[in-house]
Design a protein around this ligand. Sequence first.
Ligand code: HEM
Length: 510
Amino acid sequence: MAVSGATIIAGLLVLLVAHQFLSNWQFNRKYKLPPVVPGWPLLGNALSMPFPAGMWGVEMAKKYGEMYTCYFGGKPYVFLNSSRVVNVLMEKRAAIYSSRPERPMTQGIMSGGARMLLMPHTNRWRNQRKIMHSILNGRSAETIFVPYQELEVKQLLYDLLKDPENFHVCNQRFSNSVITRVVFGRRSGLHDKQLKDILDLVEILGQYLFHPLKNLPDVFPWLHSLPKPLQWWRRGAEEYFNKARDLYKAEFDAFEKKLKSGTARPCFAAELVAGAEKKEFILDETEKLFVFSTLLEAGSDTSRNAITQSIAAMATNPGWVKKARRLLDEVCGENAERLPSLADRKRLPYMNAVVKEVLRWRPFIQTGVPHMLEKDDEYEGYRFPAGTQFAWNAYAIALNENDYKDPVAFNPDRFMDADLNSPLKGHWSFGTGRRVCVGYNVGANNIWLAVACLLYCFDVTEDPDHPIDTFNTVWDVHKDAPFKARIKPRSQAHVDLILNASKEALASDY
Ligand code: HEM
């Protein structure tokens, strides 16, 4: 008897549905996940999660509680909505909660497999983490970075005095110049193409990492088995990789030229070259370029966002500005006697609290960075399979009333406690567990110094025609300012102080 095509297709469909049903049944017998946000077959929640997802995450947390599960490409992704559960799972159980999911698009093609941030918990990651730690550890942060931060902040104040409307570009240059000086021994200027290119690369990567609908090839890694001509994303991803590689290669080539002519300044690139010659580091060419990429991108993009957010906090929450200003005046003088410096940290503990509150208030990495669980695990009646992704739901925790009293307000006093001097404690903005930000000392000092100097020298107010929406602003845009604010020097004495102090920075053009 002949069997028609339609019957075969119908039969296959029945088999597929039965297979799905059986796998779900087997999965549910073995595992139990926190409440699942309803989604679509196959795509799961990719259609409903907006970008950026901060306020969506807050809404979901209100609806589903301390943890909820989304599905992307059939794989579970658990959002943790309180410090309590982040602390137990991602922090205390870091030994098995510190890997990263497979990302054949963003890591495989766009980063040539070499971007540390996206590496799973392997020896290759450990090797790179060691290299990063060697230049970013607490001691280096104090001895190597501080002099450059002190120089660059003077340039920042000068730039803000001259072009306050473009405060976002001034902050970008400051953060980029600190790390470029440490890595390549050169400073950067306000209109450097390299700075713009770096922020373009980070912006695109961020969209691919945090917007599942934009990045189906990572959501469905099996798509990479399609014949290459059918992989519609490949060309764009390869172009991205080439652009990144060329950018850092050009930077390294320029540095090597200086090294050969004896004009290079002492810097990390010089140490890397010397270390590679002595076989202290084992890095292939792509990895070497992506070590530079990681440092320059992580160093440039994060601090500039935090400093920009502090400006929004000054404009919308004047109470804390008054207190910080009074304390700064007590130490540096009421009549613009001198600028605050990192040497003042012991005398200005309130500023440490300001740094933490800047990081807590409206975390610009809005839903955290996913870690992947390496082994099956159990917690409070839930049973999680290996391969589940977990992220601290940053906005949801920051705005959770059980975690913070009056969470909406910008109130540094909440951090005036026994953990004041531990920059990682009390918020999750530097991440958690073994993947915690390796540059946190440098980042915290960048914010401390820039915010202290800004508070000391400028009055920042809201423009009544352009009120700042502190919940829905997309903080990390870089071409335009994310909001408007009025930034004016406090007095002529403060203008004179900035002009005097910045002379050294304006004269150091290298
Ligand atoms: C305000 C400043 C900063 C913030 C808020 C920040 C935040 C973060 C976050 C959230 C992560 C992911 C952590 C996780 O997955 O648990 C991270 C990782 C990382 N950060 Fe930072 N960061 C900052 C500054 C810096 C600086 C200045 C550098 C270096 C120059 C840096 C280098 C890195 C590196 C290399 C990683 C990858 C760590 C890994 O995967 O093991 N960061 N950072």
